[in-house]
Design a protein around this ligand. Structure first.
Ligand code: NAI
Length: 335
């Protein structure tokens, strides 16, 4: 019998995973919040299922004596050292398709809430019931005909683009790694990053976190945006320099931001966006959600099911559905 460790996020009993892996593997839930909590507990695991509350570092990977696969129950895999796993012949896989609609819905929700002044108005009216009219919400631009700029036209970026077009917005995109022609399939013209920033009324980020995308939104790129523009980030916290964004919001350099992800989660008191958000200044148009864009009850079941099925395939010696570290896999040490 194999042993599968669920490193974080899920408390025992993980009935869904245990039922799916019945007869093949036992399942342990480790509820870790830091990689140090994995040392000595995952050493003899045959596979790991990892969510987003801990990282799997090279130190953890160096101690995995028999692990065949690290499966990320989710999309972004920046919390797993792909290269260290590959060098030891361990496949890293993800579940790329469980929450595309949820994240796109969330991005649209953040855009609409910022643009229609939802939170700003609520914040001010809850204290004083006047003015009980459109003066409480001004300024509110008309959204039809405005431009949404998508950075990263992958699964979620494209789903967001299609929704924005349903609102009769124009959509443009910047994605230097897009398969040629896909922009035509979606009917979304590709432009340079600077053009996108200069032309967009809403900029929505949907890239993975990589060395290239870390702080892609920074003081310089924020400076290229329209002062009336809104930034939406449902990708990863570190794609935005949050010091620069807090400054841009506080000084009115841009008009608003809807943020689902922060560089450190949970954030601490010193996070500049949290400090600004907590001031509850009705003039600052900032909405923060706690990395919930992916979540729906149905999506969560799909994510857990697909992660456990990927583990089962690999433990049975079958080909994985979505390996994300083939470039680092050492065929000699493949397990
Ligand atoms: P995907 O892999 O389908 O699309 C990502 C796109 O970004 C690709 O088209 C890629 O070419 C593009 N890209 C890569 N580097 C870029 C760069 N330097 N500039 C512009 N574009 C670049 O991934 P998917 O499914 O659309 O997810 C995107 C990200 O959303 C994930 O990597 C994850 O970090 C985040 N995410 C957040 C969730 C949440 O709950 N907030 C839930 C799910 C995903």
């Amino acid at each position: 019998m194999f042993r599968v460790c669920i490193t974080d996020f899920l408390a025992a009993p993980a009935t869904l995973e245990s039922d799916l892996l019945k007869g093949l593997a036992t399942v342990d839930c480790l509820l870790a919040h830091h990689p140090s909590e994995l040392l000595g507990r995952t050493d003899e695991a045959d596979a790991l299922i990892v969510f987003h509350e801990t990282s799997v570092t090279s130190e953890v990977i160096a101690r995995l004596n028999r692990c065949k696969a690290i499966v990320r129950g989710g999309v972004g895999y920046d919390n797993i050292d792909l290269e260290a796993a590959g060098a030891r012949g361990i496949r890293v896989c993800n579940v790329p398709d469980y929450g595309v609609d949820e994240v796109a819905d969330h991005a649209l929700m953040l855009m609409l809430a910022c643009s229609r002044g939802l939170v700003r108005t609520e914040r001010s009216l809850i204290h004083s019931l006047r003015p009980w009219d459109h003066h409480a919400v001004k300024p509110v631009p008309r959204l039809v005909g405005k431009t949404m700029g998508i950075i990263g036209l992958g699964r979620i970026g494209a789903a967001t683009a299609l929704r924005a077009r349903g609102l009769r917005m124009n959509v443009i995109a910047y994605d230097p790694h897009l398969r040629p022609g896909l922009d035509k399939v979606f009917g979304v013209p590709q432009v340079s990053l600077d053009t996108l920033l200069a032309q967009s009324d809403v900029v929505s980020v949907h890239t993975p976190l990589t060395p290239e995308t870390r702080h892609i939104i920074n003081a310089r790129t924020l400076g290229r945006m329209k002062p009336t523009a809104i930034l939406v980030n449902t990708a990863r916290g570190a794609v935005v320099d949050t010091h620069a964004l807090a400054e841009a919001l506080a000084t009115g350099r841009i008009a608003g931001a809807g943020i689902d992800v922060l560089p450190q989660e949970p954030p601490d008191e010193s996070e500049p966006l949290i400090r600004l958000w907590r001031q509850r200044d009705p003039v600052v148009n900032l909405i923060v959600t706690p990395h919930t864009a992916f979540f729906s009850e149905e999506g969560c079941v799909e994510m857990r099911t697909k992660a456990a099925e990927e583990v089962a395939r690999i433990l049975r010696g079958e080909a994985p559905r979505n390996c994300v570290n083939p470039q680092f896999l050492n065929p000699q040490s493949l397990r």
